[in-house]
Design a binder for this molecule. Structure first.
Ligand code: MV4
Length: 417
């Protein structure tokens, strides 16, 4: 795009590839994320000394922090993300449910903020068991409790409140009907404040402990009619909130194919790559153009081509799933037609112990899902990482799993492997 980049990094990431290839770099603090990637004054100072025009927050860290977005804008910088008010609206799951209901999006039977045991009892009278207690300031699966019966309700409510207070500095919790074997299907959306579009959906059901491991586009769980319904509702909702960037609406898909809004992610996501592959759209480029105030130029009737699957390659112990940092002594990355590897690692790189264990994203595209799976198996066979433990063998087993091959996955598949 002819735009120069400044990479901010911690001391622990001095040798990471994005730092090496950025036009400029600024060290913003020590390894501890709190003192570097979450250090707002250090990041703003880095933008000022390099005379940057805009801040791209990536994913994780401050990417969904409305307070940070506000400070960025108050300092005269462009925020490559939504309006802070929209981030705040969607960051609070109770207000997000309300906003989505007003925009005509189906949500599960549930409640607003629960203040008393009496309110909870009245709600379960209406909703029935099992129910799930969620933190209003939570998200991504953190701070949830399933309650099967009335006896446990009061105690679980109290526990959920104090965990929400400790984890999110906000004790508010709400209830929803619990769906036992759902799929996770999410819709990529883009808006320019006036017009919005849905850029297809992603199936993200393969996960462990709320960490997604595999994502694909399109979802095998939707027929043309259900897909058109889902994408139409997501597009309308995005337009209704005046959304001005890229984002994702997460839905829970029930066994009877009903879908319900769960939460909105107001950032680019790790798995945006599979959408890029099937639509041929550079989503980060779209983010940059929308932040610059350009109108959205993508047509509303844009269609995906073929199938794409992403595997998250993590540095983790295959038995305990604990992060496994270390020095990469040998590395072979697969390639060829339809094979993409997005990574910051190289042979000789030391994986720091301070951050997320994601090492690389292996993304494969082909004409259809069976061809994509075949190409993925070949690419995975060529993927070699020596020096630290990885989940490469988990992915090899998954690609041999009959349920996965048949597309019959839900959020509990990894527990059955
Ligand atoms: C649920 C649910 C069942 N019923 N809500 C976890 C992530 C967050 N976005 C919502 N999550 C869930 N909410 C109701 N009412 C099950 C999950 C859930 C889940 C959702 C998506 C992907 C993986 C998951 C793993 C466990 C639970």
């Amino acid at each position: 795009m002819g735009i120069k980049s400044v990479a901010v990094h911690s001391v622990a990431d001095t040798d990471a590839l994005h730092v090496r290839f950025a036009d400029e770099k600024v060290c913003i603090g020590p390894a501890s994320a709190r003192e570097s990637y979450l250090n707002v004054p250090a990041i703003i100072s880095a933008a000022e000394v390099t005379r940057a025009d805009a801040v791209h927050p990536g994913y994780g860290f401050l990417s969904e922090n409305a307070g940070f977005a506000e400070i960025v804008e108050q300092c005269g910088l462009r925020w490559i993300g939504p309006q802070p008010a929209v981030m705040r609206l969607m960051g609070d799951k109770v207000s997000a449910r309300k906003a989505m209901t007003d925009a005509g999006v189906p949500i599960l039977p549930g409640t607003g903020v629960i203040e008393t045991d009496r309110q909870a009892e009245e709600a379960v009278e209406r909703i029935g068991f099992p129910i799930i207690i969620k933190a209003s300031a939570g998200g991504g699966g953190r701070g949830m409790k399933i309650v099967e019966s009335r006896e446990r309700l009061s105690a679980q409510l109290a526990a959920a409140r104090s965990e929400a207070q400790a984890g999110f500095n906000n004790p508010n919790v709400y209830l929803e009907r619990y769906v036992g074997k759902p799929r996770h299907v999410e819709v990529q959306v883009l808006g320019d404040g006036e017009r919005a579009i849905s850029l297809g959906e992603r199936e993200c059901s393969i996960q462990r402990r709320h960490q997604k491991l595999v994502e694909e586009a399109p979802s095998v769980a939707l027929d043309d009619e259900r897909r058109a319904k889902l994408l139409g509702i997501a597009r309308k909702a995005t337009q209704a909130i005046g959304y001005k960037t890229v984002g994702t609406l997460e839905f829970l898909l029930d066994e009877d194919k009903s879908f319900y809004f769960m939460e909105m992610n107001t950032r680019i996501q790790v798995e945006h790559t599979v959408t890029e592959e099937v639509f041929g759209v550079d989503l980060v480029r779209e983010q940059m153009k929308l932040a610059a105030g350009e109108p959205l130029k993508l047509p509303a009737d844009i269609r995906p081509r073929g199938h794409a699957i992403e595997l998250r390659i993590n540095a983790e112990d295959p038995v305990t799933f604990a992060p496994s940092p270390g020095r990469i002594t040998a590395l072979n990355l697969p390639g060829g037609l339809g094979v993409r590897v997005d990574t910051h690692i190289y042979s000789g790189y030391t994986v720091p112990s301070h951050y997320d264990s994601l090492l690389a994203k292996l993304i494969v595209r082909a004409e259809n899902r069976p061809a994509c799976l075949a190409r993925l198996r070949r690419a995975l066979a060529e993927f070699v990482v020596e020096g630290c433990k990885t989940n490469l063998d988990f992915h090899r087993r998954l690609l041999a799993n009959a349920e996965y091959i048949a597309g019959k996955m839900d959020t509990h598949l990894t527990e059955r492997m």
